[in-house]
Design a protein around this ligand. Structure first.
Ligand code: M6R
Length: 641
């Protein structure tokens, strides 16, 4: 997601942390730019690894420039190079500044949407990480009050809310104005604000999205991630939800929502820069698996209205057009294909529409029958996978309506589509899809409910109950992740097995396929996924005493049939590992090892049930000494057919 950095020094110079490890030193690396500008540019460069599409910074306090100076660039991964060039024109003598790398969620990647955003006067500059859920209603209100907006972002409302609080006298100073503004917003955020009239001050706040701060000598600084400011200090202060921080040269004050001053929590970091980028986890994959609850929650955020109905503002297909849809095709590759398979069950069950699911590389070569009443859904983390891109393009050529689920805003596929629904998992660096896979399932589930709503195939009460259930998924995913050590112990038991069979039925079938894919790509072991009912039509010939069979055996409506298939392999000597719902001893009785998960409504269950299978593949690969972030022969984005 977005990266944040800010620093205030007043008139003093910036000094590096004398305790910084070699390679982490900061200010000395700041090349041609020193002082505040140097820290901001170096910090932004250190945030690049997170993925970004645009960047910007704002400075205040320059004696000869007055006001606030802002530079922004939106040139994909070259945005920072462009920003460095623009920074050559920065006026001398800034006393404070803020910088931002943007990973677009609301509003396409473009300079006008890059942060910092400013108020109408151009004297308040603000950067933000997260999502403001009620930005549309707030913007309407502010526009009616005479505010002028220049961007398509949710963030800009914050700058105008702060301005409004100051102008109307509702707030006495910048911190007070930020507090007043945040009282109006729903959603997740970390933010930093500067004001040309208070040039030594940075005000920061957070709810859900992280923010760290540091104070050394005459400087005070903040960042969304440790790497951005590692080297300036190793001792951080952590801002908690709904606290407000005021950073002044060499000074930090933190207050609670009610204005009471509090002592912020501390964090000492011994990591080097590379470890800091992984947030203390050993690998990106591990970090990204642990980001899954957030990825699902963010994907749901602001799409479920307070009255329990759904609003998908990126879907520019009218309800009337949706009602006219008589068939759905889903096209995707790899893990995205598995997410699509899960959605087939949800769309058919809730929206009562027939769904075909195609491997994208096969789709356009099979002469599919499409027309304007067909909806083709392309699912892709990157939005650049050439097979899916070509399938989507072919669907459009044949006159179908095309909707794309993408994790990257304005990706090639998003540009090709009639409508886009973005997953909000943040950039994924590990080659194995984990958090983006869960976010895809969440996005497809809300799309299925949206279709059901438009087609009136679900009663409002049933839809509300389902949405409530979906709201519990992030917490259940978090519980499944907490059991990583248990899964590691199970993986250890089977580390010498040369092959694995994965079984599932109904929505458990794509979960089994995904478990097998994760194991193959990370551990280089033979792992095959089958629909359990298909076993006796051939695959059961593979089962011999000691064959390890992993079954997804949480409670779907056809759990009994699944257990019948488990009995078939068990009676042929297989060693059985089952994914089972907490407390389900009846299932556990049939297993040699159990991977426990919190029970979940069966159409949402894939998001929870797949977690122990990801962990299983991850731990087994580590036990074999393999690099889980960069498995052999694989690329994160596949741009060749
Ligand atoms: O970017 P996409 O979602 O279109 O990528 C599709 C597949 O290459 C991808 O899901 C791949 O299977 C996973 N990285 C495997 O973990």
């Amino acid at each position: 997601m977005c990266g944040i950095i800010g620093i205030t020094t007043g008139a003093a110079a910036v000094r590096a942390d004398p305790g910084a490890a070699s390679g982490d030193t900061f200010v000395d690396d700041a090349s041609e730019h020193d002082g505040i500008l140097g820290v901001l540019l170096e910090g932004l460069a250190r945030l690049e690894y997170r993925g970004y599409d645009s960047a910007g910074l704002a400075l205040v306090g320059m004696p000869d420039a007055g006001g606030l100076w802002r530079a922004r660039a939106a040139n994909g991964t070259r945005s920072l190079d462009d920003l460095v060039k623009r920074a050559a024109d920065a006026p001398e003598g800034a006393t404070a500044g803020i910088g931002h790398t943007r990973w677009a969620t609301h509003g396409r990647p473009a300079e006008v949407n890059a942060h910092p955003h400013v108020d109408c006067s151009g004297r308040i500059g603000l950067i933000h990480n997260g999502i403001i859920e009620n930005h549309v209603e707030l913007a309407d209100e502010l526009i009616a009050d005479g505010h002028h907006f220049e961007s398509e972002t949710d963030t800009e409302v914050l700058a105008h809310l702060v301005e409004s609080a100051l102008d109307t006298g509702r707030a006495l100073g910048l911190a007070d104005a930020v507090r007043s503004a945040l009282g109006r917003v729903r959603g997740a955020f970390s933010l930093a604000v500067v004001h040309a009239d208070e040039p030594d001050l940075i005000v920061a706040a957070r709810r859900v999205s992280p923010l760290l701060m540091g104070v050394t000598g005459s400087a005070a600084f903040l960042a969304s991630d440790v790497p951005a400011i590692l080297g300036l200090t190793r001792d951080f202060f952590v801002l908690e939800d709904d606290q407000i921080a005021e950073l002044r040269p060499g000074r930090l004050t933190v207050t609670a929502a009610d204005g009471r001053q509090i002592e912020p929590a501390r964090l000492h970091v011994d990591w080097d820069l590379e470890a800091a980028r992984k947030d203390g986890y050993d690998e990106y994959m591990s970090k990204e698996m642990h980001e899954q609850p957030r990825a699902v929650a963010d994907t749901l955020l602001d799409r479920v209205l307070p009255d329990g109905t759904l609003a998908l503002d990126e879907v520019h297909i009218t309800n009337e057009e949706l009602r006219a849809v008589n068939k759905v095709f889903i096209v995707a590759c790899g893990s995205s294909y598995h997410a699509g398979m899960m959605a087939k069950y949800a769309i058919e069950h809730w929206a009562r529409l027939p769904v075909e699911i195609d491997i994208a590389s096969e789709f356009r070569y099979r002469d599919p029958v499409l027309d304007p009443s067909t909806l083709v859904i392309g699912v892709s983390q990157s939005g650049e996978t050439v097979d899916t891109f070509q399938a989507v393009r072919e669907a459009r050529r044949l006159g179908a309506k095309v909707l794309v689920i993408s994790n990257v805003v304005d990706s090639s596929m998003a540009r090709e589509a009639d409508a886009v629904l973005y997953t909000r998992a943040g950039p994924e660096i590990g080659v194995a899809s984990t958090k983006t896979h869960l976010a895809q399932i969440a996005a497809l589930d809300i799309l299925a409910l949206y279709l059901a709503q438009a087609r009136q195939t679900l009663s409002p009460a049933d839809a509300r109950a389902l949405l409530r259930g979906m709201g519990e998924v992030p917490g259940k995913v978090a519980v499944a992740l907490e059991r990583s050590t248990d899964v590691e112990a199970v993986a250890g038991r089977y580390r010498d097995s040369p092959s694995f069979i994965f079984l599932g039925r109904q929505v458990g079938y794509p979960v089994a396929l995904e478990g097998a894919l994760k194991l193959k790509e990370l551990s280089y072991l033979r792992a095959e996924g089958f629909p359990a009912g298909e076993l006796k039509h051939g695959p059961i010939a593979l089962v011999e005493p000691g064959t390890v069979v992993i079954g997804v055996a949480t409670r779907t409506p056809i759990w009994e049939k699944m257990m019948g298939n488990v009995a078939e392999v068990k009676s042929r000597g297989a060693t059985v590992v089952l994914v089972a719902g907490d407390g389900d001893e009846e299932t556990a009785r049939h297993a040699d090892s159990v991977l426990w998960v919190p029970p979940t409504e069966h159409l949402f269950a894939p998001m929870v049930d797949v977690v122990p299978l990801q962990l299983f593949a991850y731990h087994l690969a580590r036990l074999h000494g393999y690099d889980v972030d960069r498995p052999r022969n694989l690329a994160k984005v596949v741009t060749v057919e």
